[in-house]
Design a protein around this ligand. Structure first.
Ligand code: GLU
Length: 306
């Protein structure tokens, strides 16, 4: 049974694995984050909230933002167009920022690798990057039920200044006819969405909405159409933990989306939403302690999908 004590046990177990991880080094501003932060929050459909550790420390959501932007793009362009013309829905087995398959495939493999997410970002409607970002922020705030969620300006500037690999991906996509519109505007929006700051508590709420088929259990309001929530959860399971998704499915068995800021969003359908924060990353870019906390919970609760 899920209890706060169980989360504390998971936290103690996860802490053991933090030592060997390190914060994302390729984004200068993330190098300075205290790698020993670790926290987990679970919100159940019937309104219970359980927390352990650093659940109210803000961190940049990074790749977790790719779920939100995907939902906006689906809303703007439709699933058929997006998944037919722009991105695929297959795992790559390559690192999240890999460029290698772009030349051999007509479009990025999935919306969660950087090439796919940059493409998806270009599909969101708005007259400029600012308007797109306003829409993104409004939707993120609703999903997290927190109106204070905002941009971390330092991380945004740091990513924009050093994001040459993402710039290379975007220009290549433009040259291939996949990415349309102004490349720098698209990248500006992409760097901003990755640099939005939230807590494990906020991410638990976002996950709760996905776990409840897109409906806010408190208000009964539908924030995400059911079939889109289902598609996003499926992509989380197959592609959400980068090139560690297969192993994560075997050892934990939850749909999950991680970000290099150390966050992990976990929607457990019909049960709860979980938000994790632990900025010490393993070699694949996933929260080292976070994965272990989830592994502990999965075993103790016997909640693996498999
Ligand atoms: N902003 C990060 C990047 O583009 C996001 C990567 C991630 O969290 O996986 O490299």
């Amino acid at each position: 049974m899920l209890t706060e004590e169980l989360l504390h046990e998971a936290l103690e177990y996860g802490k053991v694995f933090v030592q060997n991880g390190q914060t994302a080094q390729y984004i200068p501003e993330l190098r300075h984050v205290n790698k020993y932060y670790l926290g987990i929050c679970a919100m159940t459909l019937d309104g219970q909230i359980y927390e352990a550790g650093d659940t109210h420390i803000p961190f940049t959501i990074q790749s977790i933002s790719k779920m939100v932007s995907l939902l906006l793009a689906i809303q703007d362009c439709g699933m058929e167009f997006l998944f037919h013309d722009k991105v695929g829905s297959e795992p790559t087995g390559d690192p999240f920022n890999s460029i290698v398959k772009l030349e051999t495939k007509s479009r990025p493999f999935n919306p969660f690798i950087n090439a796919g997410a940059i493409t998806v970002a270009s599909c969101i409607q708005g007259k400029d990057a600012d308007e797109k970002f306003e829409r993104f922020l409004t939707f993120t705030r609703r999903l997290c039920d927190n109106q204070d969620i905002s941009l971390n300006q330092e991380v945004y500037e740091s990513e924009k200044l050093t994001g040459d690999r993402n710039r290379a991906l975007a220009y290549y996509l433009k040259a291939s006819g996949i990415l349309e519109g102004n490349v720098e505007e698209c990248l500006d929006f992409y760097f901003k969405m990755c640099s939005v700051s939230a807590t494990a508590y906020d991410i638990a709420h976002m996950s709760l909405i996905l776990a409840n088929h897109g409906i806010d259990p408190k208000s009964g309001e539908e924030l995400i159409p059911q079939k889109y929530a289902k598609a996003v959860r499926a992509l989380m399971l197959t592609c959400g933990m980068y090139d560690g998704s297969g192993e994560f499915a075997m050892t934990v068995g939850f749909p999950a989306k991680s970000g290099v800021g150390g966050g992990i969003a976990v929607p457990l359908v019909g049960r709860m939403g979980i938000g994790v924060f632990g900025p010490a990353l393993d070699e694949k870019g996933n929260s080292a302690g976070g994965i272990k906390m989830l592994e502990y919970l999965s075993k103790k609760l016997n909640y693996s999908l498999f």
